[in-house]
Ligand binder design. Structure first.
Ligand SMILES: *[C@@H]1O[C@H](CO)[C@@H](O)[C@H](O)[C@H]1NC(C)=O
Ligand SMILES: *[C@@H]1O[C@H](CO)[C@@H](O)[C@H](O)[C@H]1NC(C)=O
Length: 255
């Protein structure tokens, strides 16, 4: 898993050869269509290039994602399964305001969280719906099985972007599994704002392009795909730390 977003403008063929198509997130599978109606696909324009991220709908007009997904312009697709098709279920909405956490640090990726205010309210229906946020400061016990979904890279040995939403089960690890050793890959790990997720013994992870997507435990969005070294565990933003900020920000911007 890599924090960098992926340049989509390069033809996909540039990244080949990829071997046989296996269709994972990494180690995952295609999600049942529309089983995650809160999922948002973000198309990000930044300095003339296009990137993708995930996100999730938390109210009719706000999507939560990672701060490092910011761009000059963002378009949100809700209700999508196959992002390369114009599905009846899809709602395409421009982003009006990108509200990055005031303490976001782009070097350490601390406080990697951003609210997107949509230009118009999403129509909630069976394909598009919100997801519940955790209570303030709620913690998730190590060993809890959660899942992550996205349209990001599905292969470890090369880059391959799937058309359809992929999902994978991942386990929440102890903070000590992302050790803050100097010069180690996790030296910027901060247990108060981040979660350590994914068993290194299993080849399952989120990847490039999945950034900003939700880590779902039960029915709650506990984490946001943020950063990590090339293999699990990966680091997720700890959503429960930011509940106050999320509520305050949404209230302030509500017309
Ligand atoms: C959550 O933790 C923060 C920092 O420790 C604290 O200031 C805040 O009061 C806590 N919120 C709740 C609802 O417990
Ligand atoms: C962890 O993040 C919190 C919130 O931004 C910050 O106050 C604290 O100083 C950070 N800890 C370290 C060791 O960087």
């Amino acid at each position: 898993m890599v924090i960098l977003l992926i340049l989509l403008l390069l033809p996909i063929a540039f990244f080949l050869p990829c071997g046989a198509w296996a269709g994972e997130i990494i180690g995952g599978q295609e999600a049942k269509p529309h089983s995650r109606p809160y999922m948002a696909y973000l198309e990000i324009q930044r300095k003339g290039k296009m990137y993708i991220c995930g996100g999730f709908l938390v109210s009719e007009n706000f999507v939560l994602t990672a701060a490092h997904c910011k761009g000059d312009e963002i378009t949100v697709y809700l209700g999508a399964h196959n992002i390369k098709q114009q599905e009846q279920s899809q709602q395409k909405i421009s982003v009006d305001h990108q509200i990055i956490h005031p303490k976001y640090n782009k070097k350490t990726l601390n406080n990697d969280i951003m609210l997107l205010q949509l230009e118009e309210r999403a129509k909630l229906n069976r394909w598009v719906d919100t997801i519940t946020l955790p209570r303030a400061n709620e913690t998730v016990k190590p060993g809890t099985m959660c899942s992550v979904a996205g349209w990001g890279n599905t292969r470890t040995e090369c880059l391959l972007f799937p058309d359809t939403l992929q999902e994978v089960d991942v386990v929440v690890m102890k903070d000590a599994e992302c050790p803050k050793k100097r010069k180690g890959p996790y030296h910027n790990y901060n247990a108060s704002t981040m979660m350590c997720v994914g068993d290194p013994a299993q080849c399952k992870d989120s990847s490039q392009g999945d950034s900003g997507g939700p880590l779902v435990c039960g029915k709650t969005a506990q984490g946001i795909v943020s950063w990590g070294p090339c293999r699990a565990p990966g680091v997720y933003t700890r959503v429960s730390t930011f509940i106050r900020w999320i509520e305050k920000t949404m209230r302030k911007l509500q017309p």
